[in-house]
Design a protein around this ligand. Structure first.
Ligand SMILES: [Zn+2]
Length: 467
């Protein structure tokens, strides 16, 4: 691929202004447009080779796509900071990870193939108890590097030391919601301390960085008291914050909720006033149709994390077809890299599509374009900014993908090639807020060896002598 990079963009970690950029001659396919072209047999639009349409250029100013089309160029008197020659590359919206715990890169491969509770009790929780803000910063920085390399520019994160996560991913130029994990285990004194901490976090939410926003993050209904959940729900409603929680991830959670509260988990949250457009519920593996209806009516979002569900053997499979029938918004996430074990949203699209086809016994369920939209357009609706599409007026959060590799040829359909054949390694360039974070496989302004070395050092310290 050509190296058409010229000039220097602004430093992404500083300021919120957004970069100016001219992307020349990319293959651009709006997701829906490509569906129609292929579906209607419009070979002329696709070109003789298949998948090759007229190249399109994109002009970005202030981090926003200002113009796009064949031959679009900045006027000579208003040069842009950066020019990318995208000849032969495919332009897509960048990917948005709806649920993760970025700093858990430190525990990648630390206790694979173990049952959930022994894994948590003997590996993860003892190691997490040793985590400092510095460790979390290093783990999140490694995660950010991995995300940039695989085309992800946004993460919805829940973890301890959320300010360290914000600093790590903010410095790398990414966007995020960060939440401080809230757990009180029904203990009144701990609940009081957690609520005080949450209020402090709220007061300091404006200095997390230009592209970072705070969410409220109760861990789950089985680790947070009903009183604290209701309090957090009220804060989310009154302060206009997202409320990010694990919900209905495994069978035991549902059975215990029914035994203790007489209702299933989503109905329990509804009773406490938590169901609304602010609610982002990770997993939803065991949601039944009635729960989906309540969540859909409230405008809530479910994040499906198929790889983590498979790896941790949760047993159930999220009912995507049921969610669609209920009108429930669904987005895609990787969950933490200790239970995945990577942050590759391209791979996650494939796993999601395959698992749902298998569950529905219907190969038409969750087609490639829809899988792509779960990582682009659907998260744009709930997390922002903008629509998660490549269009005029949208934030320039973009990826250039190289589909020339033998594994993605011949190119009958670029979206199919991306979702089913490519993997995140096909990402050539990653752009966030108009800033080029990676070009031609080179992450810019980052000493990758140092990022990895620091994360490995922290991982060794917190996981102890068995590492
Ligand atoms: Zn999780």
């Amino acid at each position: 691929m050509p190296d058409g990079s010229q000039g220097i963009g602004g430093a992404p970690g500083t300021g919120a202004g957004g970069g100016s950029l001219w992307i020349r001659d990319a293959q651009v396919g709006k997701v829906g447009q490509q569906v129609r072209q292929v579906g209607q047999g419009n070979e002329a639009a696709q070109g003789a080779q298949g998948g090759e349409a007229t190249p399109v250029s994109v002009l970005v100013r202030g981090g926003i796509i200002q113009a796009m089309g064949p031959g679009v160029a900045p006027p000579p008197e208003e040069p842009v900071a950066r020019v990318l020659d995208a000849t032969g590359l495919h332009l897509f919206p960048s990917f948005r990870n709806g649920h993760t715990h970025a700093a858990m890169t430190l525990f990648r491969g630390w206790g694979d193939d173990m049952p959930l509770m022994p894994w948590l009790e003997t590996r993860i929780w003892p190691a997490e108890a040793r985590l400092t803000a510095k460790d979390v910063y290093r783990g999140a920085r490694l995660a950010g590097l991995e995300m940039i390399r695989s085309g992800t520019t946004y993460l919805n994160d829940m973890y301890w030391h959320h300010r360290a996560v914000a600093r790590a991913v903010g410095e790398l130029g990414l966007r995020a919601h960060v939440g401080a994990a809230f757990l009180d285990f029904g203990d009144a004194e701990r609940a009081r301390r957690e609520r005080e901490a949450a209020l402090r976090h709220l007061e300091a939410r404006d200095d997390l960085g230009p592209r970072i926003r705070l969410s409220l993050s109760p861990h789950a209904i089985y680790t947070v008291s009903a009183e604290s959940l209701a309090w957090l729900g009220e804060r989310a409603r009154s302060d206009g914050l997202l409320l990010h929680i694990h919900l209905s991830e495994n069978r035991g959670e549902v059975e215990n909720c029914l035994a203790e509260h007489g209702v299933r988990p989503a109905h329990f949250l509804d009773r406490l006033g938590l169901v609304g457009p602010w609610l982002v519920a990770a997993h939803g593996t065991y949601l039944d149709p009635g729960e989906m209806e309540v969540l859909a009516e409230g405008g809530a979002t479910v994040v499906t994390n198929p790889t983590a569900n498979l790896k941790l053997a949760t047993g159930g499979i999220f009912d995507y077809a049921g969610a669609r029938a209920a009108g429930l918004r669904v987005v895609l996430g990787t969950d933490g890299p200790a239970s995945n074990n990577n942050l590759d949203m391209v791979e996650e699209m494939k796993v999601a599509a395959l698992l749902q086809k298998h569950r529905a016994e219907d190969a038409t369920c969750l087609p490639a374009r829809e899988a792509l939209s779960l990582a682009t357009e659907a998260p744009g609706e709930v997390f922002g900014p903008g629509p998660g599409r490549v269009e005029v007026g949208a934030p320039a959060d973009l990826v250039l993908v190289d589909l020339s590799h033998p594994s993605t040829q011949p190119l009958h359909d670029p979206v199919s090639a991306l979702v089913y054949a490519a993997g995140g390694r096909a990402v050539h360039s990653t752009i966030c807020d108009g800033h080029v974070l990676m070009h031609a496989g080179q992450v810019e302004g980052v000493d990758e060896e140092e990022v990895v070395a620091h994360a490995v050092e922290s991982a060794r310290r917190v996981t102890g002598p068995r590492y």
